[in-house]
Design a protein around this ligand. Structure first.
Ligand code: IPE
Ligand code: IPE
Ligand code: MG
Length: 251
């Protein structure tokens, strides 16, 4: 059955860009009577699995929501544990990323991260920059509202410097100022843990993405779950405002 669904989805259109809200680590651990931090450690295993599974399917971009600007408000020991986990994971995984031809990118206010994290990220990004397989984008200290406001600020500065006029600003121009401007459209968003919300993630970029919510907590999410999500995606009709008849005629 697991192989069936994989073969089925490989015969269809694999989304070029998948984004994931990796949610439910804390509750997963607490349900087992463990500390939330244990859930985050276990969550790294799922990241590993998703990177491999997406590479195998030929997904070109995988954007993972790893830490939001709102997450800074968590208890300090949890924030510190997450930052340490980021450093140790990057250190341990960079070789494997290279082996799997994965290129690392980040989006978000990464300048707000501890120096150690920034250094480790810079190193991993530099070491993987020639890779041509999966692009792995980590959203760190990320806020989509911040990214959008920042884009508006950059355009206002360009107007003030007389590099552009207000009339030049359209959707395409605006898009080029977002931190995701070099990545293709997000086609599929997956959120684990049963929450049906976006939590300040990729608000602009998700405008026409297909949203998929699963009750599974992130540490329990696996290849089969990913395949199911893609299968669901492939069976949707993406109409982009047109009628079903138009879409069928276009095909
Ligand atoms: C997602 O799991 C990881 C981060 C937000 C860093 P959570 O830590 O949000 O887990 P829950 O939602 O509290 O269970
Ligand atoms: C979203 O999860 C952020 C990440 C997965 C990094 P949260 O657990 O922070 O989201 P809310 O608070 O439930 O909306
Ligand atoms: Mg959560």
């Amino acid at each position: 059955m697991a192989q069936d669904i994989k073969n089925q989805i490989l015969a269809g259109k694999i989304p070029e860009h998948i984004a994931m809200i990796m949610d439910g680590n804390g509750r997963w651990a607490q349900e087992k009577g463990m500390d939330r931090i244990f859930g985050h450690h276990q969550g790294v295993e799922t990241v590993r699995r998703m990177v491999e599974a997406c590479s195998e399917l030929g997904v070109k971009y995988l954007t993972l929501y790893a830490f939001s600007t709102e997450n800074w408000a968590r208890p300090i020991h949890e924030v510190n544990a997450l930052m340490e986990l980021l450093v140790s994971t990057l250190r341990a995984e960079v070789e494997k990323l290279n082996k799997n031809n994965v290129r690392l990118h980040t989006i978000g206010r990464t300048h707000d991260l501890p120096g150690k994290c920034q250094d480790e990220l810079d190193e991993a990004i530099a070491q993987t920059q020639a890779n041509t397989g999966l692009n792995l984008v980590l959203a760190l200290s990320y806020s989509s509202k911040w990214d959008i406001a920042n884009a508006a600020k950059k355009l206002a500065e360009a107007v003030e410097a007389k590099e552009i006029s207000p009339g030049d600003i359209d959707e395409e121009k605006f898009r080029t100022q977002l931190s995701t401007c070099n990545f293709p459209e997000v086609e599929l968003l997956i959120r684990t843990s049963g929450e049906n919300r976006i939590s300040n993630f990729l608000l602009w970029e998700l405008a026409y993405a297909e949203l998929y919510f699963t009750k599974t907590h992130w540490p329990d999410f696996n290849e089969e779950g990913l395949h199911k999500a893609i299968h669901d995606f492939q069976n949707r009709e993406r109409r982009f405002g047109k009628t079903s008849e138009q879409i069928k005629n276009d095909q």
